[in-house]
Design a protein around this ligand. Structure first.
Ligand code: A3P
Length: 301
């Protein structure tokens, strides 16, 4: 597969948020709506679902290596991660659509990424009872990461200053809507849809090997000890940061001089951004929105 991303989105300007079925979105992720909704999933497709900046690329690479690391090693050095794991709802001018990329994936299973809130997921994924891996990340670090991403990615809406960004995040006026609804919506889905593995960025950071074991047991995979060690070493933050096929350095719309895609990869970086007053205000509001005692995020490990 050839993906010419050098142009990628130098020509696609920053766009404005708008309300789309009750969720703040940008046109790059809604323009192909009808086709995306009609996507024909296959029973062995695996959907990786996340709120943006929750660790999508990390888990995408883990799954890609688990499935294809041994059988197709060339894949890792020749196809960027966004070609191996297409972003379903993406529709950038001249880059093509994620839906077409997914349709044309030659692999089995097909690994497909989405940032959709649960209610936007095309119905064939449910009908085919596809396996879904959801990754959640604590709101504070997730927001910090999103802020820096919006600064460096010229396709995203202007982030503005940190304080206004924090308030916009609390209001849910972010691309793909409120973090709160996203993590809760997917969490609720888990109660009725058993083929959903809900995992946390913080757990992955704390013990990558343990989380890979859990993923393997969910996916029905049993890699050898050696294979697992190779996967673990390739998905360390420093390895991924250096890996041009995983670090998005091939995407022209991202200005790494402003901030790299593989930025810090830490739990707790929010402490370097929130003032004491912002933290108090945020926590107060968080308590009102996050009522389910079973859904707990760790802001430190
Ligand atoms: P930071 O901006 O906090 O560094 P996504 O892939 O969903 O866009 O998420 C990107 C975030 O995940 C970035 O967070 C990035 O550094 C982090 N990340 C990616 N790979 C990682 C890894 N191997 N270990 C830890 N964090 C990782």
């Amino acid at each position: 597969m050839s993906l010419d991303s050098s142009f990628l989105m130098k020509s696609a300007p920053r766009v404005e948020l708008f309300d789309f079925h009750g969720v703040s979105m940008i046109s790059y992720f809604t323009d192909n709506w009808d086709n995306v909704q009609n996507f024909q999933a296959r029973p062995d497709d695996i959907l990786i679902a996340t709120y943006p900046k929750a660790g999508t690329t990390w888990v995408s690479l883990i799954l890609d290596l688990l499935y294809f690391g041994k059988t197709d090693p060339e894949r890792q050095t020749s196809i960027p991660i966004y070609g191996r794991v297409p972003f379903l709802e993406m529709d950038f001018p001249s880059f093509g659509s994620g839906k077409d990329l997914a349709d044309n994936l030659p692999t089995s299973p097909r690994l497909i990424k989405t940032h959709f809130p649960v209610q936007f997921v095309p119905k064939s994924f449910w009908e085919q009872n596809c396996k879904i891996v959801y990754v959640g990340r604590n709101a504070k670090d997730n927001m910090v990461s999103y802020f820096h991403f919006d600064r460096m990615n010229m396709c995203q809406p202007e982030p503005g200053d940190w304080n206004s960004y924090l308030h916009r995040f609390m209001e849910g006026k972010m691309v793909f809507g409120p973090w709160y609804d996203h993590v809760n919506g997917w969490w609720k889905k888990k109660q009725t849809y058993s083929n959903l593995h809900y995992m946390f960025y913080e757990d992955l950071a704390e013990d990558t090997g343990r989380e890979i074991d859990k993923l393997c047991s969910f996916l029905g995979l049993s890699p050898s000890v050696e294979e697992k060690e190779i996967v673990e070493s390739k998905v360390q933050f420093d390895s991924m940061k250096k890996d041009d096929m995983a670090n998005y350095s091939t995407v022209g719309a991202m200005d790494f001089k402003i901030s790299p895609f593989m930025r810090k990869g830490k739990v707790g970086d929010w402490r370097n951004h929130f003032t004491v007053a912002q933290n108090e205000e945020f926590d107060e509001d968080y308590k009102k929105k996050m009522k389910d005692p079973l859904l707990q995020f760790r802001t430190d490990i």
